[in-house]
Design a protein around this ligand. Structure first.
Ligand code: UD1
Ligand code: MG
Length: 471
């Protein structure tokens, strides 16, 4: 059960830093982890906290960062404040002060720390209790570069930045994660008193700890052991490492539910995946957006599957690409898809449909048992039950300006290499001879053939090669 604290929560997300080590034109907080921009992960977490507002401090790349942040407006009330130039973390939070009401608890987060869990922050907020300064800390084997938690006995006295720390302080393994919860009414006067008299000439947010101690406000450290939750991204290497660690966690969570992954180290989920019982997923599959796999679904190696629903017992053979985008894709019970198939937005396949290699299906409904097994295109079509759609056949759905529909009624047999020029209806039970280009609707039960008549000349002599030097 999630308890709502008796005070409002306002989140400040620091996202003004440059991210020099990414060596990218894209601002650091827009780099993606599990397919989602880093700052979006942080905003999603803020939304899970039921925060009253989020203030994002932008600077480097603000023109690119702000539109994405503001697009999260439906999740929670967000605003951006600019920090120019960037004079340190204390200076960053100072920019947010005008946007912060006095009655809230401020949770300070960083736009480049994507994997903090809401329940961790809830525990931190509970420690703050609307009265105290609560710091999220952890012990590190190699604390180099981090702010150290300086204690006297048990009680926290200060955070000393690595560059300012004495040799003795550098031996401290407990570090500040960069995340704190603090009542706004205490934070504001402390921020106003920060200075930049330190090794980096920056306004350190961490200096408020000393001020709290001097004011007799208790400082509590909420220590966690899960370093991934506070890991920041500074370089492509760190981004890739955190991606792998995160993917492995997602893979484990699915396996705990009973999903059989051939190799959890070769599995990527960039979105949400729901699985029924006895789902099997082979190596190197990527799932994106919202995907649901029914009971007993098997997914072969090297599939990319996005925004679709796959019903029980369907088999997705290797190298299949499915992306429903906004419209979605649905695959019916017991359907067989691939290898090398492509299902695009609006493909709605009923039970026991077969889609084979190099077949593309877009905005098309296929009824139970319909088959297109080889090298074909079905776009803007309605296909009846048990239709057999031959190799190399296409629906010519586009006249250069508009899209038109092709209707293929139940039990039709379309031969190989046919072109069905839409709009057109092939009547139920009809047959279309191989190699036909059909431009008019056909009657139920009819055989329709539209191709040149066979011309066959007996004993035909091919031209002979003229010998070299012949006149
Ligand atoms: C900070 C903490 C340190 C802690 C560490 C954890 C301070 C002074 N130090 O150090 O105690 O151990 O995080 O990772 O706070 N940012 C701005 N504007 C600025 C400066 C930074 O928006 O002017 C943003 C950065 O983009 C980043 C975050 O604040 O997202 C943290 O800044 P960073 O420079 O990484 O802090 P550290 O020096 O690592
Ligand atoms: Mg720094």
């Amino acid at each position: 059960m999630r308890l709502t604290p008796p005070f409002p929560i306002d989140v400040v997300i620091m996202a003004a830093g440059k991210g020099t080590r990414m060596k990218s034109r894209l601002p650091k907080v827009l780099q993606r982890l599990a397919g989602v921009p880093l700052v979006q992960h942080v905003l999603n977490t803020a939304a899970q906290l039921n925060a009253r507002s989020a203030v994002v401090v932008t600077g480097h790349g603000a023109d690119q960062v702000e539109p994405l942040v503001l697009a999260s407006g439906q999740l929670l009330a967000v605003q951006c404040v600019r920090q120019e130039p960037q004079l340190g973390t204390g200076h960053a939070v100072q920019q947010a002060v005008p946007a912060l009401a006095d009655d809230g608890v401020v949770v300070v987060l960083s736009g480049d720390v994507p994997l903090t869990q809401a329940d961790t922050l809830q525990a931190l907020i509970a420690q703050c209790g609307g009265q105290q300064l609560a710091l999220l800390t952890l012990d590190m084997v190699d604390p180099m570069g981090y702010g150290r938690i300086v204690r006297e006995g048990e009680s926290v006295q200060a955070i000393v930045e690595h560059k300012d720390a004495s040799e003795a302080q550098r031996q401290i393994s407990e570090v500040y994660s960069g995340i704190m919860a603090v009542p706004a009414r205490l934070l504001k006067p402390w921020l106003a008193r920060l200075n930049n008299q330190n090794a980096q000439g920056e306004y350190y947010l961490t200096d408020i700890v000393k001020m709290a101690v001097a004011n007799g406000v208790e400082v509590v450290a909420h220590k966690i052991t899960d370093a991934l939750q506070v890991a920041g991204i500074n370089s492509p290497v760190q981004l890739a490492e955190l991606e792998r660690a995160h993917q492995l966690r997602q893979a484990h969570a699915l396996m705990v539910q009973g999903v059989r992954l051939q190799d959890p180290a070769r599995f990527d989920l960039r979105g949400h995946l729901d699985c029924g019982q006895d789902v099997e997923i082979d190596v190197n599959c990527v799932f994106q957006g919202r995907v649901s796999l029914g009971e007993g679904v098997r997914v072969g190696a090297n599939c990319v599957i996005a925004n679709c629903t796959i019903a029980a017992g369907a088999v997705i053979h290797p190298f299949t690409h499915i992306d429903g985008e906004q419209l979605g894709v649905s695959v019916g019970e017991g359907a067989l898809i691939g290898p090398f198939a492509r299902l695009r937005p609006g493909a709605q396949l009923a039970a026991e449909v077969h889609i084979g290699n190099f077949v593309e299906v877009k905005n098309t409904t296929m009824a139970k048992g319909a088959k297109a097994n080889h090298l074909a295109y079905l776009g803007d079509a309605t296909v009846g039950e048990r239709v057999n759609y031959g190799a190399g056949s296409i629906t010519a759905n586009y006249d250069g300006a508009n899209k038109h529909r092709t209707v293929i009624e139940a039990d039709v047999h379309i031969g190989s290499n046919c072109v069905l020029v839409a709009p057109i209806t092939i009547g139920a039970g009809g047959t279309v001879g191989g190699g036909s280009t059909i431009t008019k609707s056909t009657a139920p039960g009819a055989l329709s053939v539209a191709r040149g008549t066979l011309l066959s000349i007996a004993n035909w002599k091919r031209p002979q090669k003229v010998p070299k030097g012949a006149p």
